[in-house]
Structure formats: C-alpha cells, structure tokens
Ligand binder design. Sequence first.
Ligand code: SF4
Ligand code: SF4
Length: 269
Amino acid sequence: MKDTLRNYFSSQNIEYYAVLPYSACREINPGIMQREDFTPKSVIVYLLPYYTGETVNLSRYAASLDYHIALRECADGLISALRTVSPDIRAKGYGDHSPISEVSAALIAGLGAIGDNGLILNEKYGSYVFIGDVVTDIPPELLGAIEPREVMTCHHCGACKRACPTGILRAEGQDCLSAITQRKGDLTEEEKGIMREYNTAWGCDLCQSVCPYNRDPAITPIDFFHRERISELTRDLLDSMDKSSFMRRAFAWRGRKTVERNLDILSDK
Ligand code: SF4
Ligand code: SF4
C-alpha cells in the first residue's frame, strides 16, 4: 500500500503528502463521518500547488479551472489505485469541506507552517497550495503513517497584516475583501470602493503576495492548473462562457450574477 501511494502521487507530480492516524487529526465536522458507513482510521493529506504567475483582476487560485475538480480527480484516482491492491477498502476524498481541519492536518503532517494570514506556508510553493485529504478505513501503519510533527514557522513579520486593505488581519472588524467579492446581493459604497481601489473582480491575494514565503514560489508541475487559464476577467469573456464552461470556474459557485455585479462595480469608476 505504501508503494501504491508513492507511485500514485509520483504519477500526478504531487510531492507533498503524508498519512496521519485519523485520531491525530482535529475533527471539525463530526457529522460528515457519522453519515459515512465506515470507521475512519487514517487520513491521507496532500498539497496541490496552483498557478503563481501574475493576474490582472482576480485571485491566482481562480485563474485556472475550478480547483475542486482537481481535488476530486486526485482523490478519485488515489482511491482507485488503493482499490487495485485492496478492493474492499472504504475511503472518501474531501477538499474544503472535510470532517477534519485540513490546514491543521497539513501542519501536523509537516507539509507547511500556519501563517499569520491563516494559510498554510509550504517551503517550495509558499501559500499557493490547495489542501486535499482522503479519509480511509485502512490502518495508518499500512500506509506509512508518520509521527505528527511541525517543521516550519511563520516569520511573524507582519507584512500580511500591513498589506490587508480591510484590516481584518489586524482585527479591525471589516470583512475580508475576498469574502466581499463572493458575497451575494448589494455591497456598500465603501466595499465597492475597496474593490475598485484594488481592482478585483474576484478574490484578494494581497496578504499572500507580500509574504516572504511567496517571494519565489516554484511553478506548479500539475498540468490541470495550466489548462484554460485566464489572467483577466472581462464582461466579454464572461458572456462568452456557456453554462458548462462557467460552472468549471472557481468563481462560479456564487452564480453568474455575482461576478457580473463585480465587473459592473469595476467598470463604474
Ligand atoms: S507575511 Fe509574514 S507574518 Fe504573514 S504569513 Fe507570511 S511570514 Fe507570516
Ligand atoms: S485576502 Fe485580502 S482582505 Fe482578506 S485577509 Fe488577505 S489581504 Fe486581507
């Protein structure tokens, strides 16, 4: 099983992964596992590094196709590979909505440190990584579980807090700009003003861009994040997307109207 795991991740160009006992992870959504019909014994946690180049008016994470697709494909492929060795195993892949804290699992697995911006900081790819996990009923020792450890630390340099335009990282009580762009409905004039000032139609990378861990991140070797990439979201581009191509984008989850509203705000200077 250990070889299967190693070979699978190697075939996907995924370098950062680890196995933890489920009991070592911080369970944050116990209801998820209660709905599954197996007892979780191990967690395979891994990082998918994403696009780190420049974008014009959207977060780097949203430049590529929706990362949930990449996480799902990776988990499905991994589970299939494990079933070639042991057909009866039970396993389920997650990304963003897991029974455990994925950031905490990546931290105790030694895949990175927790930054003061709340993100995982990896030594090679900085914070430009997505965290995925597969929960299984396989005893962790069969997969090569590691002893939980912590290997790096955030420099606590304060750059992310100083760069944050809404002050949320300084506990000044405003919503994160990324959350503002993803909120449905009307925005306040102040929120619209911040979006225009920082020219964002989707997301905010400011607390990542200034982080020393992100000074020279390696280019992702994962092909998914290089396909159909866009650097600028425009009304023409949005209008050219049919329903299925729109739904394959990370900015689709709040609906087309939310993205249209954001572009209208930016064009209303
Ligand atoms: S900018 Fe500095 S304080 Fe913020 S996460 Fe990066 S290293 Fe930590
Ligand atoms: S994403 Fe932007 S607004 Fe949100 S915490 Fe980071 S710098 Fe602040």
